[in-house]
Design a protein around this ligand. Structure first.
Ligand code: HEC
Length: 200
């Protein structure tokens, strides 16, 4: 039996594939239309700001943080954590001999204007808190905190850790800021703070 010659390349090749021009199957068209309709109805029915009860159950007020503080909606506790807790500690207990406590402090729960003035401009020098004498440097916050933020953080420290003092309103802070506007340095400890006469 004689061997056949190898087929020519044209014979070995398969035919080039080509698209049939058959119509789109009806079920594919139906699926596309169904998905389209679903999308339209879904978007049409969706509320952009869904009511909180559809989500995790928290209310708008809870998401905005505690607004029990005097300064409507500003989170005094948050400001305390960010600005004050590094020195006075999250517990408000301070560090013995270095940073005085705010918990149970007569300054925190005392005259609201003196407190506002002290935190606005800072304190430097001898200061007695709960019978302990401190002699450190408390920075000024006049440039960092607005009147509303100051009112919120002062109200927070007057109500935390067992403290029970009346809230401090934005008006009080604004008045003290205005009355002490020319001041550029910290109060010289209790000697100066005790003599403050801010009440108009
Ligand atoms: C860098 C550390 C530091 C930071 C931050 C700081 N304090 Fe003080 N604070 C002190 C020191 C130190 C004293 C005591 C000053 C002295 O001995 O004359 C003091 C004193 C006080 C006092 C009067 C004494 C007392 O214990 O009641 C109050 C009130 C007070 N700080 C509130 C605040 C508030 C509110 C903030 C945040 C907005 C804050 N402090 C941030 C260091 C700090």
């Amino acid at each position: 039996m004689s061997q056949l010659p190898p087929p020519s390349p044209q014979q070995r090749e398969h035919e080039e594939p080509h698209e049939n021009n058959g119509a789109l199957p009806w079920y594919v068209a139906a699926l596309v239309i169904a998905l389209l309709l679903f999308g339209i109805v879904y978007l049409w029915r969706t509320t952009i700001s869904t009511p909180p009860e559809w989500g995790d159950g928290r209310t708008v007020a809870e998401l905005q943080g505690p607004s029990g503080d005097a300064a409507g909606g500003i989170d005094g506790g948050g400001i305390f954590s960010a600005r004050c807790a590094a020195c006075h500690q999250a517990t408000g207990a301070g560090l013995p001999g270095v940073f005085p406590p705010l918990a149970g402090s007569e300054w925190v729960q005392g005259d609201s204007q003196t407190l506002a003035a002290a935190v606005l401009h800072g304190i430097q020098g001898q200061l007695t808190v709960k019978g302990q004498v401190y002699s450190g440097v408390m920075p000024s916050f006049a440039a960092q905190l607005s009147d509303a933020e100051m009112a919120a953080v002062l109200t927070h420290i007057r109500k935390s850790w067992g403290n029970h003092a009346a809230p401090i309103g934005v008006d009080v802070v604004a008045r003290v800021r205005k009355a002490t506007a020319t001041r550029t340095e910290a109060y010289q400890g209790e000697a100066e703070l005790h003599q403050l006469k801010l009440t108009p």
